[in-house]
Design a protein around this ligand. Structure first.
Ligand SMILES: Nc1ncnc2c1ncn2[C@@H]1O[C@H](COP(=O)(O)OP(=O)(O)OP(=O)(O)O)[C@@H](O)[C@H]1O
Length: 296
């Protein structure tokens, strides 16, 4: 079994009257990509800030790379990289100049800085534009440079707060590939996202945060199977979803469900059989409204 890179127990954080984190428990296995999935304002950034020692929790404990976030803050800081940590990427310098400068500031020798800069430019596919001023970069290139900058020092745990927000599909996929490569090198990646597809495609494990609590945690497949292997969906005239029923997908079970529906819905109602998506899990666990009373 893999070691645990991040352990969180009973973490609580309140701002004024607002309880942002209401008892969070999580274990993140080392060398994996872990996605914390939640809507706007769910507390994802707050959790990252607590784990990276930027914010103190009101209650609870957490350890990163084996170090307690309260009593071993320096050791935690030495164990982590955080995107945007050096927000000082200078638009009037090239990517190579920025990276070289940050390597030097981080204690690399001149030749060490050159080597690490070249390595990071290669890893993040920035070699062709390494000599261009950063202010001319596209959003995706800039995000890759931010990630490269945060990885100047090799640290075992990387926090990425919504790394692909605002990027187009091509840039998002390119960044996913690079994040996967970092995982394959043994780095533990804890990322937050609002994108279900991102969690589904990228993460080894996913936790859904809602109402300050972890509503569900597991692999994408485990989460999907929580709401049934397959779904029978009833669709309205405009393809809108009227109701959904969990089924094991067998002829017998589908026939039973349809027999139960006979007489209750119009004979023109269209039906569709499909596997649940992470979207369905998310809705079922966080809002529950659309399927309440019909998903069983
Ligand atoms: N320093 C602070 N003071 C007061 N309220 C705060 C502070 N930091 C965060 N909050 C509140 O806590 C809640 C959670 O914020 P947080 O940024 O952690 O959410 P998030 O899940 O990262 O959201 P987003 O996806 O929009 O970034 C929000 O309602 C926010 O307004």
């Amino acid at each position: 079994m893999k070691n645990t890179a991040i352990t969180i127990r009973g973490l609580r954080k309140t701002y004024g009257q607002q309880t942002v984190l209401d008892g969070i428990d999580l274990d993140v296995p080392a060398g994996t990509i872990f996605a914390l999935l939640g809507p706007n304002g769910a507390g994802k950034t707050t959790l990252i800030n607590i784990l990276s020692t930027l914010t103190k929790p009101d209650e609870g404990k957490a350890a990163v790379n084996g170090h307690d976030i309260a009593s071993e803050r320096d050791a935690v800081k030495m164990s982590i990289s955080l995107t945007g940590q050096f927000a000082a990427v200078d638009g009037m310098l090239t990517a190579r100049e920025n990276l070289h400068m940050i390597c030097r500031l981080s204690g690399f020798s001149s030749s060490g800085a050159r080597a690490r800069t070249s390595e990071l430019l290669r890893l993040f596919d920035l070699e062709a534009s390494a000599g261009k001023l950063v202010k001319t970069y596209s959003g995706g290139m800039r995000r890759r440079l931010d990630l490269a900058v945060s990885l100047v020092a090799r640290r075992p745990v990387l926090f990425l707060d919504e790394p692909t927000t605002g990027l187009d599909t091509v840039s998002r996929r390119a960044l996913w590939k690079q994040i996967t490569e970092l995982r394959d090198e043994g780095i533990t990646i804890f990322l937050t996202t609002q994108y279900l597809e991102e969690a589904d495609q990228l993460a080894d494990r996913i936790a859904i945060i809602a109402g300050g609590r972890i509503a569900a945690e597991g692999t994408a497949q485990e989460l999907k199977s929580r709401i049934g292997e397959e779904r029978i969906e009833l669709l309205g005239d405009d393809e809108e979803l009227l109701a959904a029923y969990a089924t094991d997908g067998s002829l017998q079970d589908i026939r039973r469900t349809l027999n139960e529906l006979a007489g209750k819905v119009s004979p023109e109602t269209r039906i569709r059989l499909r596997k649940p998506s992470l979207d369905d899990v998310f809705v079922a666990l966080t809002e529950a409204k659309p399927f309440e009373g019909v998903l069983r």
